[in-house]
Design a protein around this ligand. Structure first.
Ligand SMILES: [Zn+2]
Length: 180
């Protein structure tokens, strides 16, 4: 249970849980923390959330493999009862794989920037209009240094700052990965 407490002090994990299962998700996770297991009814009682909200939230956690259940059949009624527990380790795994994706994208962009140290950028595009992309020399040359998107004049841009910024971003994300 100590590991769960540690995870729930981690703002990245808390953000992730909130994205996946909302504010109620955090409430449920905190209620389940430190307990081995609980039923939806026990959780509703403990948190003050409505039973259907508790169930919906547990299901969201379950879909993201952050909670799991076992079923028991009540002897008297024959009804099935679901008993829930947390499985937060998957949050680390999910977070890491999300970060891996972003890092992959950034690395591709970095490769591009490094291969094209001088890029041409459309003068009418100050970042607000996304369709005028930056172009390597050969493409700019082919288009006679006018923007193929809007016809504006292309100007040369030194991209060393983009390279440095990308490298910093990648390094930061690598550092944020868990369980390495
Ligand atoms: Zn343009």
């Amino acid at each position: 249970m100590k590991v769960e407490n540690k995870l729930l002090r981690d703002p990245t994990i808390v953000d992730y849980l909130q994205n996946v299962a909302g504010e109620e998700g955090l409430i449920i996770v905190r209620a389940l923390r430190g307990k081995k297991e609980a039923t939806d009814e026990q959780l509703a009682e403990k948190t003050g959330l409505k039973l259907n909200v508790v169930r919906r939230t547990l299901y969201k956690l379950y879909e993201n493999r952050l909670a799991a259940y076992r079923r028991i059949r009540k002897k008297d009624s024959g009804w099935l009862t679901y008993i829930w527990h947390l499985d937060l380790f998957n949050a680390i795994y999910q977070l890491n794989s999300q970060k891996e994706n972003v890092i992959g994208q950034l690395r591709k962009q970095l490769e591009f920037e490094k291969q094209h140290e001088i890029l041409f950028v459309c003068a009418s595009n100050n970042g607000a209009e996304g369709d005028c992309s930056r172009l390597p020399f050969t493409t700019a040359f082919e288009h006679n240094f006018t923007c193929p998107n809007c016809g504006g004049a292309l100007t040369q841009q030194d991209n060393i700052r983009s390279v440095r910024a990308l490298e910093r971003q990648i390094k930061r994300l690598e550092g944020e990965k868990r369980g390495k």
